[in-house]
Design a protein around this ligand. Structure first.
Ligand SMILES: C[S@@+](CC[C@H](N)C(=O)[O-])C[C@H]1O[C@@H](n2cnc3c(N)ncnc32)[C@H](O)[C@@H]1O
Length: 294
């Protein structure tokens, strides 16, 4: 069988952005990490003391998935759970996506190109930029880099303060890690390290509510990874109509644990979208935007 250079190149980029070339051993938590985790748990519980009381008395009027999440975050979280969360911002890779999720992203991107779905690729919520780096590598490897762009949309100052209770509690923990804040310069440098900082990579720095409403263009693939309800709904509201028929909408956080899940459900209901959701892993789902007659 002939050696498939394109596949080998993309395998290598995928492994590298996932941190697979230099994964440190999964060390047990140190005493200091656990102490820090316990202190943070106490702090978060005191910030949300009224909600903790209401939760214990079953007095919070929220959906069952939201209540389950809140019970986990405010009542049941152990020091190890919080310590794990505190490590979330410090892996060596350039993306938080696992290899299964990256393989699925790659398949969606290749299909969009092979099926000639018109438009660029965009990720809203990019952290260190890894998923967009892979998308740009795919465009270039498949010979469409001069016709399709990769858009990198992020505040480049981390997650905003959310307005939903579940998101706000999780944010109280994540703030301790910097809320996924990575500067635009660092993300540009990450692209450059892979030799992929070319004119086809476009950055949209700022809050989605400020940058997305005026964005002009067409998308073949839209990946949403902004975690919160408002971030996800805003992106769908302003970009969904710019996704071509046959295009892919990938939701990173389609899991009741955070607001993105409710935002997607609300948006799909508001727009009567029934295109089937495909499950990738315990949280990532995508759908293809099918024309009405199919
Ligand atoms: C979980 S991280 C994204 C992870 C990334 N997709 C990856 O491949 O690892 C969430 C990102 O969303 C961004 N974000 C969330 N809400 C936003 C908003 N409303 N406007 C701009 N950026 C936002 C944060 O700055 C952060 O970089």
């Amino acid at each position: 069988m002939a050696f498939d250079l394109e596949q080998a190149y993309l395998d290598l980029v995928q492994t590298a952005i996932g941190g697979g070339l230099c994964n440190p051993p999964d060390l047990p938590f140190s005493k200091q990490e656990l102490l820090r985790a316990r202190a943070l748990t106490r702090r978060v519980r005191s910030i949300f003391a009224p909600e903790v009381r209401a939760l214990k008395k079953n007095q919070l009027a929220l959906s069952e998935p939201a209540l389950t999440t809140l019970r986990g975050l405010l009542l049941d979280f152990q020091a190890e759970d919080v310590a794990r969360l505190l490590r979330i911002n410090s892996p060596v890779g350039h993306t938080l996506l696992g290899q299964e999720a990256l393989t699925s992203l790659r398949n969606c991107a290749r299909q969009a190109i092979w099926l000639r779905v018109p438009g660029d690729f965009m990720e809203c919520g990019t952290w260190r930029g890894g998923a967009c780096i892979l998308l740009r590598a795919i465009q270039n490897a498949l010979g469409v880099g001069s016709r399709r762009r990769t858009w990198v949309a992020d505040s480049f100052q981390g997650l905003p303060q959310p307005d939903q209770l579940v998101d706000a509690v999780l944010h109280a923990y994540l703030k301790e890690t910097g809320s996924f804040s990575v500067s635009l310069e660092e993300v540009r440098q990450n692209f450059a390290r892979y030799g992929l900082l070319d004119e086809g990579v476009c950055f949209l720095p700022g809050w989605f509510a400020d940058t997305l409403p005026s964005w002009q263009g067409q998308l073949a693939l839209l990946r949403l990874d902004g975690d919160w309800y408002e971030s996800t709904y805003t992106a769908l509201e302003h970009l969904y109509d710019k996704v071509s028929w046959g295009g892919f909408i990938i939701i990173d956080d389609y899991n009741p644990v955070i607001g993105a899940y409710a935002a997607v459900n609300d948006f799909r209901a508001a727009r009567s979208i029934t295109d089937p959701l495909v499950q990738v892993d315990h949280q990532i789902h995508f759908w293809r935007k099918l024309p009405p007659h199919i």
